[in-house]
Write a protein that binds this ligand. Structure first.
Ligand code: NAP
Ligand code: ZN
Length: 369
């Protein structure tokens, strides 16, 4: 049985886990830059909890709260300057996947004088500063992955960088921060986590170990998507989602994503669709494509979701995702397909799709004009 598995992140989960384990911050340094979004962490209690823990431990901090959704290179370079200027010794990423990923890039740029091209070509020589990751969506799983996904305008798409130094040293998972997360973001981010496990399971690099994590998280997320009441989600359900999203992150940390994420990136870049929604709208048709080549593994996914066939999976996705009115012109599809085909994570597909397969997935997803 040949496999490798690497997840060096110390994980603390549960109510008040930051306060209860504040001594973890001390191990990382005396000065921290908190990297977060513009508003949600101030409202959901997470920023207050981090500040209280840092104060308790006598750690100095500054806050960089300018991270937008799908963070740009300009944002992370500005954050890097802030970290340098204050002499940050570690970086705390707080929020959804966008601030978490931005924090990773900031941790690199705090200690390396490099250009954006060098950053994207992974040419940093000094290891990134230690990173603490506190997710407030469930989610990207970024708290346990070595990836940071950034918007690269020169390439008109999103691209990821990776490195062992981009694994968070510590992750804190407290479901309370998501209690007021609205339904569209809850559903989109849960579907993102679902696609991580599905793509990690239907993947050239899947192993016995990632399979176990993937099937478990697919089971948990699907059950929740079927049963959660959109306006009344309990703390226990929030915690389960956060846990499953972390498992899914552990999966893609080993396998990478593949066809669904490759197709989602242009939909986010050009049409501004949230990441999880962009993935969710092509998921069913992507599964139809994969099922033609590997029906057994797809059947396992469908069963783990609690269903008998793919149309039922499609119905669940239609039920939980916001309806969108999006039709891509032929020119748009041509442009997207050209980019998708060159996306590096396509290499993780067991059967690598050809251009006509991608067009077919757009068509079957009702996205063709
Ligand atoms: P996000 O872009 O981080 O945040 C989306 C929205 O949710 C923002 O408006 C944010 O507000 C709000 N929000 C976050 N937490 C909240 C809370 N607890 N309560 C209320 N509102 C909250 O969304 P995301 O889906 O988590 O992250 C997507 C990004 O992660 C994409 O760039 C994607 O490519 C990347 N990603 C990374 C990995 C990886 O392994 N590194 C994997 C998958 C996806 P504020 O802006 O005010 O905070
Ligand atoms: Zn994702």
């Amino acid at each position: 049985m040949q496999f490798s598995f690497f997840c060096p992140t110390k994980i603390f989960s549960g109510t008040e886990c930051i306060n209860l384990n504040s001594n973890q911050f001390v191990l990382l340094g005396n000065k921290a830059l908190i990297v977060t979004g513009s508003s949600s962490s101030k409202k959901n209690g997470s920023l207050n909890d981090v500040i209280a823990a840092l104060d308790k431990e006598g750690i100095k901090y500054e806050i960089y709260d300018e991270v937008e959704e799908n963070p740009s290179l300009a944002t992370v370079f500005q954050g890097g300057q802030r970290a340098k200027k204050m002499g940050a010794e570690f970086i705390i990423g707080l929020g959804g996947g966008s601030p978490l990923d931005a924090a990773k890039a900031v941790a690199i740029l705090a200690v390396n004088e490099i250009s954006s091209e060098e950053l994207m070509a992974k040419k940093w020589e000094v290891k990134a500063l230690p990173i603490v990751a506190i997710p407030t969506t469930a989610g990207t799983g970024s708290e346990v992955t070595p990836y940071a996904v950034l918007t690269v305008d020169s390439a008109e798409t999103k691209k990821s960088i990776s490195g062992e130094d981009l694994f968070a040293k510590v992750a804190f998972l407290d479901g309370r921060y998501m209690l007021n997360l609205n339904w569209p973001i809850t559903a989109n981010t849960a579907v993102d986590a679902l696609t991580h496990s599905v793509e990690g399971y239907l993947n050239k690099r899947a192993t016995v170990f990632t399979d176990m994590l993937a099937l478990e998280s697919i089971d948990i997320i699907s059950k929740l998507l079927r049963t959660m009441e959109s306006d009344n989600i309990s703390l226990v359900q929030r915690e389960e989602l956060l846990y499953a999203s972390m498992l899914a992150g552990m999966v893609i940390a080993q396998t990478g994503t593949n066809i669904v994420h490759a197709m989602g990136y242009p939909l986010t870049y050009y049409k501004n669709l949230p990441h999880g929604l962009a993935n969710g709208i092509v998921l069913k048709a992507a599964l139809d494509f994969i099922a033609r080549h590997n029906p057994k593994r797809v059947t396992k996914v469908v069963k783990a979701m609690g269903y008998h066939n793919l149309p039922e999976v499609g119905q669940l996705l239609t039920k939980v995702l916001q309806p969108i009115d999006l039709k891509l012109t032929t020119e748009e599809q041509n442009k997207y397909v050209e980019k998708i085909i060159r996306t590096k994570n396509l290499a993780n597909c067991e059967t690598i799709p050809e251009e006509r397969d991608i067009y077919e997935i757009f068509r079957s997803s009702n996205l063709s004009a």
